[in-house]
Each structure stands twice: as structure tokens, then as C-alpha cells.
Design a protein around this ligand. Structure first.
Ligand code: AMP
Ligand code: ZN
Length: 128
């Protein structure tokens, strides 16, 4: 059975109920540009099915998990950062500032990044 949360903003994007700037879509995932980009390239890759977080993935979700990772290369190529480099980030839970409860990989690129990622806090969800 396909998991779906009618209240979830990313389920609505997956269903085409609210608009997003789509980059890529297949039978398992959809990728689109982040509404508030933190870098010249900032895409989100989400499963079509509603899974709240990485912590909710189970062994039965192995195909979905793989499809999210496999989509990264396609999205990197389509957004022009395949050669220059990119970072894939999953914010999971409160300490990681996850703000949308539907698994999403941030694909970020187009500029030189810092490491470790917690050295700066350009984005602090929930603190506005
Ligand atoms: P996180 O804080 O890891 O949960 O990331 C959620 C991301 O979703 C943020 O970077 C938001 O800018 C982005 N976002 C929220 N709503 C939308 C939307 N309707 N379309 C595109 N990106 C969105
Ligand atoms: Zn959802």
C-alpha cells in the first residue's frame, strides 16, 4: 500500500497538488528546487511515498532508499554540479533541524562549502 499523508507538504508536491520547480521524477522519487535555496544549486530529492524520516526507513524500503541515492547523480547532472561537486544532506530530527517530516535529501552545490557543517548556522529553522 502506498503511504500518503494528506497534510504533508511534500506528499502534496509528489501528487502534483501544489507546484514545485521539478528537476526529475521517476516511479519512486521526485526532485525539485528548494523554495529557499542556501546555495546556487539547492535541490530536494524525496520519495513519492510518505516516510517521515530516515529513522522510519525499514528493510522493506530498501528500493526507495536506493532510488533516493541514485537520483542524486541525475539531479547533479541536470543542475550542472556533477563535475564541480555537491553535498547530499539528510536532516533527521530536532538537533539536525529537520522541519518537514517527509524524508528529503538536500542536494547542495555551486559553491565551495565549509566543513564541519555545524561551524556556521546560516539556516536556523524555527528560530525566526
Ligand atoms: P529540512 O529543514 O531539512 O526539513 O528541509 C526542509 C526544506 O524544505 C527547507 O530547505 C525548505 O526551504 C524546503 N521547503 C519547504 N517547503 C517547500 C516547498 N513548498 N517547495 C520547495 N521547498 C520547500
Ligand atoms: Zn509526506
Amino acid at each position: 500500500m502506498t503511504r500518503h499523508d494528506p497534510e504533508c507538504i511534500f506528499c502534496k508536491i509528489a501528487a502534483g497538488q501544489i507546484p514545485a520547480k521539478l528537476i526529475y521524477r521517476n516511479d519512486h522519487v521526485v526532485a525539485f528546487h528548494d523554495l529557499n535555496p542556501t546555495a546556487p544549486v539547492h535541490a530536494l530529492i524525496i520519495p513519492l511515498e510518505h516516510i517521515a524520516s530516515l529513522s522510519d526507513l525499514t528493510a522493506g524500503d530498501s528500493e526507495i532508499a536506493a532510488e533516493i541515492l541514485l537520483a542524486a547523480r541525475v539531479v547533479a547532472e541536470k543542475t550542472g554540479v556533477l563535475e564541480s561537486g555537491y553535498r547530499l544532506v539528510f536532516n533527521n530530527g530536532a538537533d539536525a533541524l529537520q522541519s518537514v517530516g517527509h524524508i528529503h535529501a538536500h542536494l547542495i552545490g555551486g559553491k565551495t562549502m565549509g566543513w564541519p557543517p555545524f561551524a556556521g548556522r546560516e539556516v536556523a529553522h524555527g528560530e525566526e
